[in-house]
Design a protein around this ligand. Structure first.
Ligand SMILES: Nc1nc2c(ncn2[C@@H]2O[C@H](COP(=O)(O)OP(=O)(O)OP(=O)(O)O)[C@@H](O)[C@H]2O)c(=O)[nH]1
Length: 874
C-alpha cells in the first residue's frame, strides 16, 4: 500500500480556476530554469528496441525526439553499418531544426575483440556532421560525457528533453541508459521492447549552444544543416553493403497518405506530432482565453500494487488475529496491552475491545506488511489439470510466465486478407534488413502481419519457456481447434452448436479431457507449419471460438486467451452485425464474468482499420483483467511480447480496504460513503495496481486522533496452490496546509489514481467531471512537484497522460449535449480508456525508483536471451 502523500489532507477544498489543457502543458514546456550557465532539465530517455520487428512507431518517436543517441558496438561491423543507416532515417523523420544526434561506439572495454577502429567511427561522424564518442557501459567510460555532449547539442531550451536511444540489437542501448541514470551495469541481456527513463540533470554551458551554434560549428550535432544532409547523402551512396538504401529516399512530408494512422499511433503512445498537429505555442498561462472552474484536488489516495505478491519477506508464523467486530487484522499500528496471559487490543478502526488468550507478545506483527499462509501448497498431482508432466515442471519453475495455457484465437476471416500499407520508411527498413518482402512489396496482409507476430512469439516462448503449453484456435465461418497442432489434436467445432454458450463450453471441456496437450518443446515445429499454412476466408465466428477456448482452459487456473481479430463478430454466438440493439454484447459480459470466476484472462488484439465493435467485445477483457489494444497490424508482434511479459502473479485476488470511520471512499467506482471496500480482481499480473480515493466524512470536523490508521487485506492464491493473506497496515498524520501536503506528495501514486478515475468517469459518459478531475490533478502535480523525485515523476505523468487528455477533450467537445452512450466509442477511444483504467504506477516512476523496481524483477535467463538474439541475427 502506498499513499498519495505522507500526510492526509484535511484542509479546505477551495475552487480553482483551471486554464485549458494546452496551457498547463505549455507551462511545463516552458524554458528550463537557468542559473548562470547551468541549466536544469529532465531527460526523458526512450530506450528503443533494436530487435524491433515491424514498428510503425519508429517514425513517430523519431519525429518527437530532441536528441538521438545512435549506438553501435565496436565489436560488430553490422551494427556500425546499421548506425549510419539509422542516422539517415533520423534525418528523414526528425524535427531537424530543433534536434541533435551523436554517434557512439560502445563496448570499448572489449579492445581485443574490436572490429571497428576509433578512426573509422570518428571519420563517419565527421562526414555525418555529428559528434562522436567511444563508451563502455560496462566500465562507465565516457557514458556521462556522451549524454551531456548530446544534450548540449540540442538547440532548444526546454524543461524536458526527449532523448531517443537507437541502434541494432545488443549494442548496449539499455546498458548505456542504465549506466547513465543509475551508474550500474546490467550484465544480463533481455531484449528491450521500449522503455522510458526520466532523469533530472543539470548541464553546464548549454546557453552558448542555443541558437548560435556551438564551438566548432563544423562538427555540430544539430540536424539542421542542408550542407550536412547533402554530405550524408553522398556518404551513404559511397557505402557498400546492405545499408545503402537511404540515398533513394525522398524527404518525407507530413501530408503523406499514411499520416492519419501514424497520428493515431502517436496519440496512442502520447506522442504529439509536432509537424502536423502542434498548436501554435503559448508560453504563459495568462495568455489563455478560457478557464474552467473546478474543485482543487488533494493527495488523499491509496494505491495497492500486486507487483510483489509472489515475494514474501515477512511470513507470519501464526494465523491472523481478527477484530471480533470489524475483521481488521491485529497489526503493527494496533495499540495492545498484555494482561497476564491475555492480550488486550482496542481495535483502532471500530473501537471494539478485543481480548485474546492465544496471542503471545512476540506474535504481534512488527512490520507493516505481513503475509499469512492460510493453506499449504497443493500436492503436485492436484496442480496438474491436464498435460501432466508439463504442468508439473512448470508450476514449480520460478520465473515462468504463468502456470496455465496460452490460447491464441486467431481470426482468419476474409477481411484478414485486406492489405496494410507499410509506412514508406518502414518498408525500406524491412526490405533492407531481411529482404523478406517481395520486390516492390510494401504491403502486407493483416493475416501475414499476425502470422509473423505469432511466429516470433512462439519462437521466443519456445526458448524462454519450452514447457509452456500453447493452444491454437482459428475462426472464420468454421472454428478449428488445432490444439498443440499435432494431428490427433486438430478438430472442427460442429457448426450446429455455434449459437449456444453452454454446448460450446462443454465441447471445449470435453476436448480438454480427451486430448493431451504437449508443451512447446514438443509441438513447436508443427505449430510453425500450421501458422505458415493459414489463409483468409469466410465470416467472423469469434464468439464460438472464444467459448470453446474457455471450455478448454476451464480448470487450468491462470490461463490466458489472446483473441486476434480485425472485424466485428458476425457468426454464431456474440454476433454483433445483424441487430441495432447489439444482443451480442450480453455474451461478452457473460464470457468476461465466466473467465473471471475461473481465473482466466482474455486479452484482445484488434487490428485497426475496420470497426471491430470493440466497445462490446472488450467487455470480456475488461472484466477478466486482460488487455485491449487496437493496433496497426505491424504492432501486433510487439504487443504479443508485452502481453507475455506481463505474466500472472496470483489468482483469486481480492482486496479489502479498511478506512477509519472518519474517512470514506470518494470514488464513483465504489459505493458512496463506505469505509470498507471489497474489490475482486481475479487474476493479478505484476502490473496490476488498484487505486482508491478517499476523503473526510465531515470536512469541517476537528479530529481527535493524531494518526489515522489504514489497512489493506489482499487474499490470493499462488501458483503452487497456497492460499495467502497479505495485510498491510499503516497510519498517517494529517495536515490542513496545502503546501505541506504538496511537499509530501507521491506523484506516481496521485498520477496513477488520477488517470484511473478519469478513465472510469469518461467510460461512464461523465466527461465534464473526467476532464476537470484530470486537469485539477495536472495542476496540482505541475505546481506542487518540488523535489527531484517529484519532478521526474511529474514529467512521466504529463507524458503518459497526454493520450487520455486528448481523448477526453475530444469526446467532451464531440458529445456536448448529446448522449454519449448512444453515440458509443470508437475502437481507439475504447483502447485508450481501458489502458488508463488499468494504468500501472511503474509507468510513472522516475529513474531512481525504476531502477529499484528493475533490481527486484526476476532476471531473464541470460543464456536463453542470448540464444534469442542469435536467432534474430540469423
Ligand atoms: N563488455 C561490454 N558489454 C556490454 C556493454 N554494453 C552492453 N553490454 C552487454 O551487451 C548485451 C546487450 O546489451 P543491451 O544494453 O541489452 O543492448 P540493447 O542495445 O539495449 O539491445 P536491444 O534491447 O536488443 O535493443 C548485454 O549482455 C550487456 O551486458 C559494454 O559496454 N561492454
Amino acid at each position: 500500500m502506498e499513499f498519495g502523500g505522507d500526510l492526509i489532507f484535511v484542509g479546505k477544498t477551495e475552487e480553482d480556476e483551471i486554464p485549458e489543457e494546452d496551457d498547463i502543458e505549455e507551462q511545463i514546456e516552458e524554458s528550463s530554469p537557468q542559473n548562470g550557465d547551468e541549466e536544469t532539465c529532465c531527460l526523458d530517455i526512450l530506450d528503443t528496441a533494436g530487435q524491433e520487428e515491424y514498428s510503425s512507431l519508429r517514425d513517430a518517436y523519431m519525429r518527437s525526439g530532441d536528441g538521438f543517441f545512435i549506438v553501435y558496438s565496436i565489436v560488430s561491423r553490422a551494427s556500425f553499418d546499421e548506425a549510419v543507416a539509422i542516422f539517415s532515417l533520423v534525418q528523414n523523420l526528425a524535427n531537424s531544426e530543433n534536434s541533435a544526434a551523436i554517434l557512439c561506439g560502445n563496448k570499448c572495454d572489449l579492445e581485443d575483440q574490436r572490429v571497428v577502429t576509433y578512426e573509422e567511427g570518428q571519420q563517419v561522424a565527421d562526414k555525418l556532421g555529428i559528434p562522436f564518442c567511444e563508451t563502455s557501459a560496462k566500465t562507465g567510460t565516457r557514458v556521462k560525457e556522451a549524454f551531456e555532449k548530446l544534450v548540449l547539442e540540442i538547440p532548444t531550451h526546454k524543461s524536458t528533453q526527449k532523448i531517443v536511444m537507437l541502434g541494432s540489437g545488443a549494442v548496449g542501448k539499455s546498458a548505456l541508459t542504465i549506466r547513465y541514470v543509475s551508474d550500474q551495469f546490467v550484465d544480463n541481456y533481455d531484449p528491450t521492447i521500449e522503455d522510458s527513463y526520466r532523469k533530472m540533470i543539470t548541464v553546464k554551458g548549454k546557453k552558448r549552444a542555443a541558437g548560435k551554434g556551438i564551438p566548432g560549428a563544423g562538427n555540430s550535432g544539430s540536424l539542421n544543416s542542408s550542407r550536412r544532409q547533402s554530405r550524408v547523402r553522398s556518404f551513404m551512396s559511397s557505402l557498400s553493403g546492405i545499408f545503402t538504401w537511404g540515398r533513394s529516399w525522398r524527404r518525407r512530408s507530413t501530408t503523406t497518405d499514411d499520416l492519419p494512422v501514424q497520428q493515431q499511433q502517436q496519440q496512442q503512445r502520447g506522442i504529439p506530432n509536432r509537424r502536423a498537429s502542434a498548436p501554435p505555442r503559448r508560453t504563459h498561462a495568462k495568455n489563455c482565453t478560457k478557464n474552467i472552474k473546478c474543485k482543487k484536488t488533494d493527495t488523499n489516495v491509496i494505491l495497492v500494487s500486486m507487483k510483489d505478491l509472489d515475494q514474501m519477506d515477512n511470513v507470519a508464523t501464526g494465523d491472523p488475529v481478527y477484530c471480533d467486530k470489524c475483521q481488521v487484522v491485529l497489526s503493527c499500528v494496533s495499540d495492545t496491552k498484555q494482561d497476564g496471559d491475555k492480550l488486550l487490543w482496542k481495535c483502532e478502526f471500530c473501537g471494539h475491545e478485543n481480548v485474546s488468550t492465544e496471542v503471545r507478545e512476540e506474535e504481534i506483527p512488527k512490520a507493516d506488511t505481513i503475509d499469512y499462509a492460510l493453506s499449504a501448497p497443493e500436492p503436485q498431482e492436484k496442480q496438474v489439470v491436464m498435460g501432466a508432466e508439463a504442468e508439473k515442471t512448470e508450476a514449480t519453475k520460478p520465473g515462468t510466465t504463468g502456470s496455465g495455457y496460452v490460447v491464441y484465437c486467431l481470426d482468419i476471416s476474409g477481411s484478414m486478407g485486406g492489405t496494410t500499407q507499410l509506412p514508406e520508411l518502414q518498408a525500406e527498413w524491412k526490405r533492407q534488413r531481411d529482404g523478406n518482402l517481395a520486390s516492390g512489396g510494401d504491403q502486407v496482409t493483416r493475416l501475414q502481419a499476425i502470422q509473423e507476430a505469432l511466429r516470433r512469439q512462439i519462437e521466443r516462448l519456445h526458448l524462454e519457456n519450452p514447457e509452456r503449453r500453447v493452444i491454437f484456435i482459428t475462426f472464420e465461418s468454421a472454428v478449428e481447434v488445432y490444439g498443440d497442432c499435432t494431428s490427433d489434436t486438430i478438430q472442427e467445432v460442429p457448426s450446429n452448436i455455434h449459437e449456444e454458450f453452454d454446448p460450446l463450453l462443454s465441447y471445449g471441456e470435453k476436448y480438454s479431457r480427451e486430448h493431451h496437450i504437449k508443451p512447446l518443446s514438443e509441438s513447436y515445429d508443427k505449430m510453425r507449419t500450421i501458422i505458415d499454412m493459414l489463409s483468409p476466408k469466410g465470416c467472423t465466428s469469434l464468439g464460438p471460438a472464444l467459448s470453446v477456448a474457455m471450455g478448454i482452459v476451464n480448470g487450468s487456473v491462470g490461463s490466458e486467451i489472446v483473441l486476434c481479430t480485425d472485424g466485428a463478430p458476425n457468426g454464431g454466438i456474440g454476433s454483433l452485425s445483424s441487430c441495432e440493439v447489439r444482443p451480442g454484447s450480453h455474451f461478452y459480459i457473460k464470457a468476461g464474468e465466466y473467465a473471471k470466476e475461473k481465473n482466466i484472462t482474455i486479452s484482445i488484439l484488434a487490428v485497426e482499420g475496420a470497426r471491430t465493435g470493440l466497445e462490446m467485445v472488450s467487455k470480456c477483457a475488461e472484466i477478466s483483467g486482460g488487455t485491449i489494444n487496437v493496433l496497426n497490424p505491424l504492432e501486433i508482434s510487439r504487443q504479443l511480447r508485452l502481453i507475455s511479459q506481463n505474466y500472472i502473479i496470483a489468482t483469486y485476488v481480492t482486496i479489502t480496504l479498511f478506512l477509519h470511520p472518519e474517512l470514506e471512499v470518494d470514488d464513483p467506482r465504489f459505493p458512496k460513503g463506505s469505509s470498507k471496500i471489497v474489490k475482486e480482481i481475479g487474476s493479478a499480473t505484476k502490473d496490476t495496481d488498484m487505486t482508491f480515493v478517499y476523503k473526510l466524512k465531515n470536512p469541517g470536523k476537528k479530529l481527535d486522533i493524531e494518526k489515522i490508521p489504514f489497512q489493506v487485506q489482499v487474499s490470493y492464491t499462488l501458483k503452487d496452490g497456497r492460499k495467502m493473506l497479505r495485510t498491510i497496515s499503516k497510519s498517517l498524520s494529517t495536515t490542513d496546509c496545502r503546501e505541506a501536503m504538496e511537499e509530501a506528495m507521491n506523484v506516481s501514486v496521485v498520477g496513477t489514481a488520477a488517470v484511473q478515475k478519469t478513465a472510469y468517469l469518461a467510460s461512464k459518459g461523465d466527461l465534464e467531471n473526467a476532464r476537470s478531475h484530470l486537469l485539477s490533478n495536472k495542476l496540482m502535480i505541475s505546481k506542487g512537484s518540488r523535489n527531484l523525485k517529484q519532478k521526474e515523476e511529474k514529467v512521466a505523468f504529463m507524458e503518459e497522460s497526454k493520450t487520455l487528455s486528448s481523448v477526453v477533450n475530444k469526446l467532451h467537445k464531440e458529445r456536448k449535449g448529446s448522449s454519449l452512450r448512444a453515440c458509443g466509442f470508437s475502437d481507439l477511444d475504447t483502447t485508450v480508456l481501458h489502458q488508463n483504467l488499468a494504468q500501472s504506477s511503474s509507468k510513472l516512476y522516475g529513474a531512481s525508483r525504476k531502477m529499484e523496481l528493475m533490481r527486484k524483477r526476476t532476471e531473464t535467463n541470460q543464456a536463453v536471451s542470448a540464444a534469442y538474439y542469435d536467432i534474430q541475427q540469423m
